[in-house]
Design a protein around this ligand. Structure first.
Ligand code: AMP
Length: 216
């Protein structure tokens, strides 16, 4: 049976970092709608052009665009046994579209919570690698050489949407449009709440337990 894991939580809660680790541990593809949009932007596709204005201002890309892009991705053969969603669904309409597609699959939603002040510090200090998308942080995980990725030697940049102003907008969009998605999965009895303010290793082990259906 197909197992789909959904990572929920505000921007900066650690979804991307933990999703990459979980995907490795569970041998399941990591599907990030933010990464898919950034790839489209990088390749200059029509979808990328359409998404750009929303992304740069911290708003959500319209549901229809996100849902089509996501469903194309998860139709690929590597997702047959299941996959891990990072950054989707972000609206109740997206969650409903996913439900309709997934009838019969096992779904688990892992909800990371972190206080706003910590989220702002995490996001505004982030440096992302142009080559491999690995994330350094100027305070918590600075690269050995400024501006250079420790992992692949690629150059590091600050995402346009990690500026203070856009981060605050992303957090308010999260509160208004994405918070209700928690209730959607809670009502279905498939939501696990996790404290995302612990160390990355502690959060990872709690997530792995919850992903496998245990109590964390
Ligand atoms: P992320 O890397 O997940 O923070 O996503 C970066 C940006 O991509 C978001 O601020 C949105 O503009 C857009 N985006 C990513 N996923 C979604 C989604 N599920 N629904 C709408 N917009 C999205």
């Amino acid at each position: 049976m197909q197992t789909v894991l959904i990572l929920l939580g505000p921007p900066g809660a650690g979804k991307g970092t933990q999703a990459a680790r979980l995907a490795g541990a569970l041998s399941s593809p990591h599907v990030s709608t933010g990464d898919l949009f950034r790839e489209n932007l990088g390749r200059g596709t029509e979808l990328g052009q359409k998404a750009r204005q929303f992304m740069e201002s911290g708003r959500l890309v319209p549901d229809a665009l996100v849902i089509d892009m996501l469903f194309d991705r998860v139709a690929k053969s590597d997702c047959k046994a299941g996959y891990l969603l990072d950054g989707f669904p972000r609206t109740v309409a997206q969650a409903e579209a996913l439900d309709a597609r997934l009838s019969g699959a096992t779904v688990r939603a892992l909800n990371l919570s972190v206080a706003d002040a910590a989220l702002i510090e995490r996001l505004t200090g982030r440096w992302t690698c142009k080559g491999c998308a690995h994330i350094h942080h100027e305070r918590f995980s600075p690269p050995a050489k400024a501006g250079v990725c420790d992992k692949c030697g690629g150059s590091l940049y600050q995402r346009a949407d990690d500026s203070r102003e856009v981060v605050e907008k992303r957090l308010s969009v999260y509160r208004e449009q994405t918070r209700p998605v928690e209730a959607h999965y809670r009502a279905r009895g498939v939501l696990a709440d996790l404290d995302g303010s612990r160390t990355p290793d502690q959060v990872f082990s709690a997530m792995l337990t919850a992903a496998q259906g245990g109590k964390s």
